[in-house]
Design a protein around this ligand. Structure first.
Ligand code: ZN
Length: 281
């Protein structure tokens, strides 16, 4: 993937090097316990912290802008590219696209509008503060554990998270919540597959929307497919229900994820990403 000449917009909030945030002075052990409560028992983080005697999650504020290092700059370029693509698409539909409030880079653990964010959760989007959270250590995991190498696999992950932001704007997230409330477990799967499809839509338009500054190269789509098929990459916090759904249970099968990524890429049309009304996923 060629991206070096791509536009930046200073969309990154850099919390790297600030150190992991503690939860009310509990230290790392407490954080781990809080996370177990979060995932296994479905206890809201607030409740968990109260049980553990901690206070509120500490707030951290990093520098907002375009990071000087290449890895940080890459995140800004890709996020900015998704803004260019989705702005065009929304405009064609007579709507205005509001980009997310930023991509937060952090180490190990950080406070978010959805409770404590932690590396083990993988990249995720928090609908409450409209930010994407990413520990760049995940790229290593993407390569070694999931076998998804290369810039495009990383860009796919970012574009998938931005896809969740698009869903927040379009109302798909509420739709998934309603399905969940009716006891239909597939709401979050449909949400994930739609985000994969939206990542494909971004890939279809990235080059044109950047005036050729960003370009896919041979093998990139295969890279994206590998990433789509292998990554249970994000935990989503349901906005209205306020609960975290661990990834491994919520993402579709590898074949489904590749299929929807391909659908988005081949059509370039978010209208083709209607996983909520698709009779088969
Ligand atoms: Zn997702």
């Amino acid at each position: 993937m060629r991206w070096q000449g791509g536009r930046t917009s200073g969309s990154v909030e850099d919390r790297r090097g600030l150190g992991p945030v503690g939860v009310g002075g509990m230290g790392v052990g407490g954080v781990v316990l809080a996370l177990i409560g979060y995932f296994v028992f479905g206890i809201s983080p607030d409740t968990t912290q109260q049980v553990l005697g901690g206070g509120a999650t500490q707030e951290q504020h990093g520098q907002v802008g375009t990071p000087a290092d290449e890895a940080g700059r890459f995140v800004d370029v890709v996020e900015t590219s998704t803004t260019d693509v989705w702005s065009q698409i929304f405009q064609q539909e007579g709507k205005r696209y509001t980009p997310p409030a930023g991509v937060v880079l952090y180490d190990q653990a950080t406070g978010t509008g959805c409770g404590l964010g932690q590396t083990a959760m993988g990249p995720f989007y928090c609908p409450n503060d409209q930010k994407v959270y990413l520990d760049l250590a995940f790229w290593q995991e993407l390569e070694t554990r999931f076998g998804a190498k290369g810039d495009f696999a990383r860009a796919y992950v970012i574009a998938h998270e931005i896809g969740h932001h698009v869903q927040r704007l379009s109302g798909s997230m509420d739709q998934a919540d309603q399905l969940g409330a009716r006891g239909a477990t597939s709401g979050s799967v449909r949400l994930e597959l739609q985000a994969d499809c939206y990542a494909g839509v971004w890939a279809a338009h990235a080059s044109q929307a950047s005036g050729g500054k960003i370009a896919l190269e041979p093998g990139d789509i295969e890279e994206g497919m590998t990433a789509a098929s292998s990554v249970g990459a994000d935990a989503i916090q349901s906005q209205t229900q306020g609960r975290v759904v661990p990834d491994s249970f919520t993402h579709g099968s590898s074949a489904q994820r590749m299929r929807w990524f391909r659908t988005g890429y081949q059509s370039g049309d978010p209208g083709a990403c209607d996983t909520f009304n698709a009779s088969s996923l």
